[in-house]
Design a protein around this ligand. Sequence first.
Ligand code: SF4
Ligand code: MG
Length: 304
Amino acid sequence: TFDVSPPFLNRVLYGQKRRHLHAVSDVSFSVPAGGCMSLVGESGCGKSTVARLVTGIYAPTAGEIRFAPGKSGAPLSAQMIFQDPYASLNPRWRVKNIIAEPLRELKLRATEAEIQDRVAELLGIVGLNAADGAKFPHEFSGGQRQRISIARALASEPEFLVCDEPTSALDVSVQAQILNLMRKLQDELGLTYLFISHDLSVVRHMSDRIAVMYLGRIVEEAATETLFADPKHPYTRLLLQTIPNVNDPQRDRVAAEGEVPSPLNPPSGCTFHTRCPLATDQCKAQRPELVEKADGARVACHFA
Ligand code: SF4
Ligand code: MG
């Protein structure tokens, strides 16, 4: 559970570029070991901020993030997989050196021969060949580059992976391959995932639970089947309607309805009231709390 309050906004340098860090408040969830929790919402909702808080890239202004001890008894370390595998791989390094870096830094292998063996093994785990290690990132497709990012993340033997839109830069067919690989790795290596996406259909088959975020807050959080079978928040229903459906092109129209307000100046009361078909005067005046329902879903809506 943690907050990042507005003074943090717009003041973060990330890599070489100035990035916006969106505020989040009252964000509270837990990820069980071996499970997958997903955060879903439109751009600017604060989901990437949450990812960077959990991995320790940013510190919260209030609240805390707690990890159960990992298998080794040492504090659990979270590794991050980013959206753009090209920007996150050093273009001047051969792939084998990119993957070997954490092995060297954390002294996970004693000799150079052991390092190279482990690099070859990691390349195999993500579906690449040992010979690919001699190449540079630009020699690979987007999907292959994301496989390299995953191999590098696995090199430090993490138990917890935070995946920020890991497939949204990829073609749909490649997306499915990477998602399948991530599911397979989760099973085989017993990994725990925090998975972030703007697309509910991407996280559906990955997630045990899903939290839907809107303008820095969780508006609904539920077991995946519950969320899809019985979405309770009007915003969750909007997101479900905008999942592209080839048989019903009309549905795409819903996406266009209603601009997302600026997170710098969120609406009063329920921040969704400017787009909500059910909004009343109460919604404009009073912010709904996140309340747990009989089926275990938590929802922040006066009329859920
Ligand atoms: Fe819509 Fe009101 Fe519920 Fe907010 S509280 S989601 S505006 S009905
Ligand atoms: Mg983002």
